[in-house]
Design a protein around this ligand. Structure first.
Ligand SMILES: [Fe+2]
Ligand SMILES: [Fe+2]
Length: 256
């Protein structure tokens, strides 16, 4: 895969697009995704204002902005919510997030909330009948965080769960050295996720689902060895911001 391919929206499954970028500070990169169903589209975790122009351009490579029907915000962090109100100014859409996250998302100037998510298995439904299903993932890492399951393509959009701080980045995790990438996932996950109890709650909810692909908000897409990755998650030690000091993470001094 050539780097210049990544300057464009990349179709990672039928009508599911990675619309992130591979520039700037590695630690701050995010992965917005676009799901298109007929003339409706859902933007998942759109990104910050830093990302807005590039994400907007990539959406327009695939669909007219007017076809955006929903923006899904998996929790209230600025790295995924920051550009939402800028998209609201471009077209009429609905923002889908958890009830508790919506309280704080308003502070970004976001106003187009649809019915908010406060339980597992709530869905949004396209006109064609296709559904996206939501699962609450409390304390992974936010008290009212959630993930999205695309039943049609069997994709789990996992937000910060299964995310990584990877210095060497590829779109797909299987193109990286597996042990190195596992270390990169641990570097992100072990301090960010509150506890093993919180992560096991997530695992117990989603592991029974048939999952062909995991699309995290940071790092690389996991499309192979899904069971192995769940097994690795079960062996990690979360809550490291408490157990190993202030940040629980070793970041390079030239972070920014
Ligand atoms: Fe987050
Ligand atoms: Fe994040």
């Amino acid at each position: 895969m050539e780097w210049n391919e990544l300057d464009h929206a990349m179709e990672i499954a039928p009508n599911v697009w990675w619309i992130g970028y591979n520039t700037g500070v590695v630690w701050a990169r995010t992965n917005p995704y676009l799901i298109v169903e007929a003339n409706e589209a859902v933007l998942i975790d759109p990104g910050s204002m830093i990302d807005f122009e590039i994400v907007k351009r990539k959406i327009e490579e695939v669909i007219p902005i007017a076809n955006l029907k929903y923006i899904v915000l998996h929790h209230q962090d600025p790295d995924l919510c920051g550009s939402t109100s800028a998209f609201e100014e471009l077209t009429t859409l609905f923002v889908v997030t958890t009830t508790r996250a919506a309280l704080f998302c308003r502070h970004y100037g976001i106003s187009s909330f649809s019915e908010t998510i406060d339980g597992d298995n709530q869905t949004i439904t396209f006109k064609t009948g296709r559904k996206l299903r939501f699962f609450l993932t409390p304390y992974c890492h936010s008290p009212m965080a959630m993930v999205t399951y695309d039943e049609k393509n069997k994709i789990l959009f996992s937000s910060d769960i299964f995310s990584a701080f990877n210095i060497v980045w590829k779109l797909y995790a299987d193109l990286l050295d597996q042990q190195q990438y596992l270390d990169d996932v641990k570097r992100f996950m072990e301090p960010y996720m509150a506890s093993n109890e919180a992560v096991m709650n997530f695992i117990n909810k989603v592991e029974p689902l048939e999952i062909n692909m995991i699309c995290p908000q940071h790092g690389s897409i996991i499309r192979k060895n899904i069971d192995w990755w769940f097994d690795q998650l079960k062996t990690m030690k979360f809550g490291k911001a408490i157990t190993e000091g202030k940040t629980g993470i070793e970041l390079p001094h030239n972070l920014f």
